[in-house]
Unconditional design. Structure first.
Ligand code: PHE
Length: 344
């Protein structure tokens, strides 16, 4: 019996040593120390032993059980540690790996230009005013000194919704609305950005819908020189400190006198394809607010004067970024838009 027990023990220890994982080890525990295991079997045979041998065997059985149990416990500690090591190895994060880049969208060039112009004028004390895109004929034309049937209405071919309602052709109606709100008291100092609509056939330089920013200043002693100085600051900020402006006489029904404003070309006056050899590029329309417009909006034109200007962001962006077709702004080709990302 003693030999049987010793064999059992060495057999068990061998298996414990060879156990590869915790499950195998547990199977060994159940097999050797469980109720139906061989050690229990040996115990059952104790009845046949003599009274002297019984305590000796009993003690031996206990030693064998304990040895096996200890061996299992030790092995269990080893296997558990190994399992944790393995888990850790699997879950290792290499913090030195470069992250996967997140794609960040780019601001649309027109938004960028609009915000740049807004910032510039806000810095000069202007506030931003907005108004409806579906506008009344009164605000879009009549209050701007363009009565019904006036030939100058043809300058801005219009999408009419009803005879009195239209898609605004410029953001000047926002200026009228703002002046009205002032109840005849100055100063007014606003810029009006927004979408405008004209019945044009789309091509490289025309679009039936485009964006505009117009500016308006009304106050006492506002003069043409104020307009010129303001636009000079604008041109230098938008296109570069070395640029100059020049004013050419023009006509708008809502301003008198009216001017067309050119910026000196980036070629430095030598003449290139952008300025068509002239050294100057037309960028906006402007003028002194017509007394009729001031009066219709409730201002005393003997006390108040003002200047106004208007430009299209598309044209500014095309000149600034060298874009050759206005349709690029609206066709949303990612290859075009990505070029305006500040993140790549
Ligand atoms: N409203 C004019 C246009 O869209 C631009 C402009 C604004 C001209 C203010 C002069 C003064 O054509």
């Amino acid at each position: 019996m003693e030999q049987q027990l010793n064999e059992l023990q060495s057999q068990a220890l061998e298996k414990i040593a060879a156990a590869a994982d915790l499950k195998e080890l547990n199977d060994i525990r159940v097999a050797y120390l469980g109720k139906k295991g061989p050690v229990t079997e040996v115990l059952k045979g104790m009845g046949k032993l003599s009274a002297e041998e019984r305590p000796k065997m009993g003690a031996l059985v206990n030693v064998v059980r304990e040895t096996i149990a200890n061996a299992i416990e030790e092995k269990q500690t080893v296997l558990e540690a190994a399992a944790i090591e393995q888990q850790l190895a699997l879950e290792t994060v290499d913090v030195t790996l470069p992250g996967s880049p997140v794609k960040i969208g780019a601001q649309h060039p027109l938004t960028r230009i609009t915000e740049e112009i807004e910032d510039l004028f806000i810095g000069m004390g202007y506030t931003v005013a907005e108004g409806p895109e579906v506008e009344q004929d009164y605000y879009n034309f009549e209050a701007l000194n363009l009565p019904k049937g006036h030939p100058a209405r043809d300058m801005q071919d219009t999408f009419y919704i009803t005879p009195e309602l239209l898609m605004r052709t410029h953001t000047s109606p926002v200026q009228v609305r703002t002046m009205q709100k002032h109840g005849g008291r100055g100063p007014v100092k606003i810029i009006c950005p927004g979408k405008v609509y004209r019945r044009d056939s789309d091509d490289a330089t025309h679009s039936h819908q485009f964006t505009q920013i117009e500016g308006l200043v009304v106050g006492e002693n506002i003069r043409m020189s104020d307009l010129k100085g303001t636009l000079d600051v604008f041109a230098k900020k938008m296109f570069g400190a070395d640029r100059e402006i020049r004013l050419r006489p023009s006509f708008f029904p809502f301003t008198e006198p009216s001017v067309e404003v050119d910026v000196s070309c980036m070629c430095g006056g030598k003449g290139c394809s952008i300025c068509k050899g002239t050294g100057w590029i037309e960028v906006l329309g402007a003028g002194m607010v017509h007394p009729n417009v001031l009066e219709m909006a409730g201002f005393d034109s003997t006390k108040y004067t003002g200047f106004a200007f208007g430009m299209g962001q598309e044209r500014i962006a095309m000149l600034k970024y060298g874009i050759d077709d206005i349709r690029h702004f609206y066709t949303n080709d990612l290859r075009f838009l990505k070029q305006f990302s500040v993140h790549e």
